[in-house]
Design a protein around this ligand. Structure first.
Ligand code: CP
Length: 292
């Protein structure tokens, strides 16, 4: 039984297989490889992209999906996460896809060894399917190879599970990762760190902008987000005509993370990331449910 808690659950060969399958699925809709399979989604935090992307991916492959809404479940009556999971597993799903605010929740459920667990985002620790779809988007853009490319991750890095998983995966793939953030948003890291994007922008191939995750801050870190945006918003003035791929996992805070104008710019691939997410999640479901 294979789980996806973070991308280190996959070997290099499996990551190569995922990239190959995602590309194949993008160009030709596959037969219903997962007909008669059943997935349960269990999202304890809000989601637009990840939940719907998993459902679309599963349905394109012929699988059925059942969603349990924790706000209307027996969690409200005090049932523990482990007991909720054990009860769902008793219904014999082929995998459970979970998002949770606790960094350790997917790993803890995986350790129960009852049903494959797929991490759809855990605290600020890991969001492996986002990292894999971002890798797929970059590999597609750079015609098959990202080794030696430099990505600047810009914004609220310390709160971001997208950054955590991305840093681990992108460095493993041979990319150079640099971090750009104000002190309040900078994690402890041995990676190169910059307070100003201007100090490194001429040396980067990719910028990944991140949302300021207000809901994870115990106290207000900035008095005024206009001050933050003045320094970190990815605007046309900041990008000029540089040949830089612009990514963001969403949801984008317009004119704080990325300007309206840059969101319309062909260098910005936010919706390509969303599209590629479906094909990458199809590849992940195939690998975990069929190939493992
Ligand atoms: N990128 C991402 O995880 O978006 P959602 O929170 O909408 O799923």
């Amino acid at each position: 039984m294979q789980h996806l808690v973070d991308t280190d659950n996959f070997s290099d060969e499996q990551i190569a297989q995922l990239l190959h399958d995602a590309k194949r699925f993008k160009h030709k809709r596959p037969i219903q490889l997962l007909r008669d399979r059943l997935l349960i989604t269990l999202f304890f935090e809000a989601s637009t992209r990840t939940r719907s992307s998993f459902e679309v991916a599963a349905k394109k492959l012929g699988a059925a999906v059942v969603h349990l809404d924790p706000s209307r479940s027996s969690t409200k009556k005090g049932e523990s996460l482990e007991d909720t999971f054990a009860n769902l597993c008793a219904m014999d799903p082929d995998a459970v896809i979970i998002r949770h605010s606790d960094n350790h929740a997917p790993g803890m459920l995986a350790d129960m060894h009852t049903t494959p667990v797929i991490n759809a985002g855990a605290g600020n620790y890991a969001h492996p399917t986002q990292a894999l779809l971002d890798l797929f988007t970059m590999i597609e853009h750079f015609n098959g190879n990202v080794k030696g490319k430099t990505i600047a991750i810009v914004g609220d890095i310390v709160s971001s599970r997208v950054a955590s998983s991305g840093i681990r995966l992108f460095t493993r793939m041979g990319m150079h990762v640099v971090l750009v953030a104000p002190e309040q948003f900078m994690p402890e890291s041995t990676l190169p760190q910059y307070k100003k994007l201007e100090d490194v922008i001429d040396n980067v191939d990719v910028i990944m902008s991140l949302r300021a995750q207000l809901e994870r801050h115990e106290e207000e870190l900035f008095e005024d987000y206009a001050d933050y945006a003045a320094q970190y918003c990815i605007s046309k003035e900041r990008m000029q005509d540089r040949d830089i791929l612009l990514l963001h996992p969403g949801p984008v805070m317009r004119n704080i993370d990325i300007s309206d104008e840059m969101l319309e710019d062909p260098r910005c691939k936010v919706l390509t990331q969303v599209k590629n997410g479906v094909y990458m999640r199809m590849a992940i479901l195939k690998l975990l449910l069929l190939d493992s």
